[in-house]
Design a protein around this ligand. Structure first.
Ligand code: AMP
Length: 220
């Protein structure tokens, strides 16, 4: 479902006035394949939202899966999304970006490249080849574990979390705890999509993490 939910508050400040109008410089090719440098393309939040495919009853009955595959395959949409997140991360004072495996890697790395700062992969258990620190967290059924290389974080470094979607907030909260344990300062988490009815953003705010999402969808 692509609905018309109201815009949410977030990191705050004057940039919110422009949130419906996202500019992303593009370098499209002309008919001969030449790069047209310096052209600027604009997309609205509603246009970006329409690029997210909704798949009902996946991976379980009554779940509306918000599939970003269709957004990723749309060049201007992908560029505008990364640009928006990068602007928010810059205003949050990001010194490095952390993204969760796997979809957080896509957007988080894009933001880090845009800002010219580093990226810390927050990995699933057993993937990193070094001594890690990890955190176990609850899922709807069972538990999961996230791990990082503690050497990737400098003491007091401002780390901004980036992921595709926040639902219950369990993944992002566990990530914030892990990064803080490694010595990071974690004050902001950025998402492409929020499902506000699941309360994840509120859970993060209660843990002193400000939340901003480019778009939100009603329901689960
Ligand atoms: P949570 O820990 O509940 O906030 O879930 C966050 C992660 O689960 C995100 O990284 C998403 O990739 C995935 N996820 C949860 N719910 C959905 C949904 N309705 N559609 C797509 N992905 C989802």
């Amino acid at each position: 479902m692509v609905g018309g939910e109201a815009e949410k508050g977030g990191i705050g400040g004057p940039q919110l006035a422009n949130r419906n109008f996202i500019r992303a410089p593009l370098h499209p090719c002309d008919a001969r394949g030449a790069l047209l440098l310096g052209r600027e393309h604009t997309m609205t939040v509603e246009e970006l939202k329409a690029l997210v495919r909704t798949v009902p009853d996946f991976p379980a009955p009554n779940i509306q899966f918000r599939d970003i595959t269709t957004l990723l395959s749309h060049g201007p949409g992908l560029a505008a999304t990364i640009k928006h997140l990068a602007r928010q991360a810059e205003q949050a004072g990001a010194q490095t970006i952390a993204g969760m495996e796997a979809r957080g890697f896509i957007f988080g790395t894009g933001v880090a490249v845009d800002l010219g700062i580093g990226f810390v992969p927050v990995r699933k258990a057993g993937k990193l080849p070094v001594e890690t620190i990890g955190v176990d967290y609850d899922l709807e059924y069972g538990t999961d574990r996230l791990e990082i290389d503690p050497g990737a974080i400098k003491q007091g470094q401002k780390v901004v979390i980036v992921d595709d979607l926040i639902a219950t907030g369990g993944t992002a909260l566990a990530t914030a705890q892990l990064l803080r344990r490694a010595g990071a300062e974690v004050s902001h988490a950025l998402f492409v999509i929020d499902l506000p009815e699941l309360g994840g953003a509120d859970r993060l705010r209660a843990a002193d993490v400000q939340v901003d999402a480019l778009m939100d969808f009603a329901g689960h």
